[in-house]
Design a protein around this ligand. Structure first.
Ligand SMILES: NC(=O)c1ccc[n+]([C@@H]2O[C@H](COP(=O)([O-])OP(=O)(O)OC[C@H]3O[C@@H](n4cnc5c(N)ncnc54)[C@H](OP(=O)(O)O)[C@@H]3O)[C@@H](O)[C@H]2O)c1
Length: 341
């Protein structure tokens, strides 16, 4: 196959970090990205070049392009952490195969992405394109964090931003493995769907006395792990309302509000813990055998329908600068970028 020398991509306009904390909402991409024609990257030792079919847009991508994520931006490099496509060149026996990938060297919001060949995940032929494009960031995090929940030993757990794609994957895992999910959301219209999905209880933050409702639920269900993507004051209040030995596992910062830790003594006298979870770190620390095992489960779950990707829209790469913010503003679904058009 002859490869072109140039490709369309959404390239980053800045290097490094911004030192702001504005959260994952975005109404205008232009301060951070530009659509441009750039050279198709050349794979080096241990790398693979992928012709991208579809790329996901996750909150981490938006934190990243704004310079608010855990790794520095590189000006002139395409953005986009994950996607699906075909391996077209590189140092790998997977040439010609459809794979999901983390774009470690040149981003997924482009016609071609470059990555470490070791991160490639071959896809079953019956795995739908949207499931394959978003197979890594959220599904692997759901599996990894559910391991934490199981290690905690309780038969219930608390999760906020429960209507997010990741929240819905976690609720389904809890449902299927007999660990009751206590879901926290901010929009009452999400409650019925999350109960139907498998949430044992739903707490709506905007309703009258949500902390009182949580305290009553915690008395009965005694959860020990709080999976938190929000990090606001209500999250801190929830944690301090949880039983002794509870763990607050923060894995996202959807709110820009800094919480006050009003009962820090609980860490001393009631054995509570606050910690962070980052998939990038987990992948380096976990037993390497856990990762292929997790991808077998992930693909089986999507194909069998026990997990589902809710799609708010697929944007053509050539229209993304104008159309992506509108699709991202729609609730209850993921946005994707299609670089083929
Ligand atoms: N640490 C890691 O390794 C890791 C890995 C994967 C994902 N994550 C994090 O997981 C989170 C969920 O990701 P996703 O892709 O599943 O998200 P998503 O599908 O895009 O959904 C985002 C959700 O966040 C809710 N939300 C936004 N701002 C909020 C706020 N201020 N207060 C309460 N809820 C808020 C939204 O609720 P509404 O519908 O009410 O707007 C929506 O349900 C993100 O924070 C992401 O960065 C972390």
């Amino acid at each position: 196959m002859t490869l072109p020398s140039q490709m369309k991509a959404l390239i980053q306009l800045h290097d490094g970090y911004s030192r702001t904390q504005t959260g994952p909402n975005i109404t205008d991409l232009a301060p951070f990205l530009a659509q441009d024609e750039v050279a198709v990257p050349t794979p080096g030792d241990g790398q693979a070049l992928i012709k991208v079919d579809l790329a996901a847009v996750n909150p981490s991508d938006i934190h990243f392009i704004k310079g608010e994520y855990g790794q520095p931006r590189i000006k002139g490099t395409p953005a986009g952490f994950e996607g699906v496509g075909t391996v077209v060149a590189g140092d790998t026996p997977l040439k010609g195969q459809r794979v999901s990938f983390f774009a470690t060297a040149s981003g997924a919001w482009a016609e071609y992405a470059l990555t470490d060949a070791s991160t490639l995940v071959p896809c079953r032929p019956d795995l739908a394109e949207v499931d394959a494009a978003g197979q890594l960031v959220n599904p692997l995090t759901a599996i990894a964090m559910f391991d934490l929940v199981k290690d905690g030993g309780a038969d219930s757990f608390v999760l906020n931003a429960a209507g997010s794609q990741l929240g819905k994957l976690l609720i389904a895992l809890g449902r299927d493995r007999g660990v009751k999910p206590i879901a926290v959301v901010r929009r009452p219209e999400q409650a019925a769907a999350l109960k139907e999905l498998g949430a044992a209880e739903v707490i709506v933050t905007g309703e009258l006395d949500p902390l009182g409702a949580a305290q009553a639920i915690f008395k009965t269900l005694k959860p020990r792990v709080l999976l938190d993507a929000v990090g606001d004051q209500f999250t801190a209040d929830l944690f301090f309302a949880m039983p002794s030995h509870a763990r607050w596992v923060n894995y996202g910062k959807l709110s820009t509000e800094p919480p006050a830790l009003k009962e820090l003594g609980q860490m001393i006298f009631r054995g509570k813990q606050i910690e962070g979870f980052w998939l990038t770190r987990w992948m380096k620390q976990v037993d390497p055998a856990r990762i292929p095992q997790a991808f077998m489960e992930i693909q089986e779950r999507f194909v069998s329908g026990t997990w589902k990707t809710d799609v708010s829209g697929i944007v053509q790469l050539s229209q993304a600068m104008t159309d992506l913010p509108t699709v991202l503003a729609q609730p209850d679904g993921k946005a994707f970028i299609d670089p083929r058009q």
